[in-house]
Design a protein around this ligand. Sequence first.
Ligand code: ZN
Ligand code: ZN
Length: 256
Amino acid sequence: MAEGMVCYHHPSQQAVAQCGRCKKGICEDCYDTYGVTSGEYAGRALCYDCTVLEVEENVNAVTLLRKIIKTEFVFIIVGVVIGAVLGGILMGSSSGDIGGVIMGVILFGLLGGCGWAVLKALGLLISGGGDLGTKGDFRGLGKMIKGFAMIIVAPFRTIIKIVTRLRQIKEMNQIVANDALAVEEMKAYFAYTQVIEANKGVELATLVGPGGALVENKYAKAVLSNGESAAQTNLRSEVKQIFDNNEKLKDFSEKK
Ligand SMILES: [Zn+2]
Ligand SMILES: [Zn+2]
């Protein structure tokens, strides 16, 4: 860090560190407030701007994941419908009764929902059967067993996937709500530090009072009613959440 560097956001304060992302100088208070405990910036601190950017990235990641999940669900639904129709026709024409039709719709619908896995399994069955039948190669039997096993587990895997995705969607909504709250708190705190810096020596109660610069400020109100340290603790736990959420979202993307 350069000698004599000051905080980018609080020019009257000496910088104690540089932002882990943009390298701007940050003062002790910024460092304590936007210090990162988890994820790729762990052990460092980000400046206010970069912390806000992290939140924007969280929101973008959530938007992207939602799109991916939506596409997955569309594929599953289309597969179920195609499978159900095919199953109904096939089993209906071979058994000739309504029970057969219903069985066909359920079974093929379930398999259709697993789309790609079932196609791969069918490929194994056909090529395994070919190896065994035409070439007398017994390794074909292994392929066929693998194909059968894949067909049996496919519906369970699809159901597990749907349940997992629904849970992820719920968690993602929670993350977006948490992050929005954290940014709101951060913005209030940021405005608060700017006003305090520009009004040295003025009582906080005056600034929060009628006509004061902090009359609408949530953070200033929290300091007045709960004290500085409680307000700080609350803010820091909100900010910490942002970086924890980042990690959670990365996990979701990796499990795609
Ligand atoms: Zn930065
Ligand atoms: Zn600062």
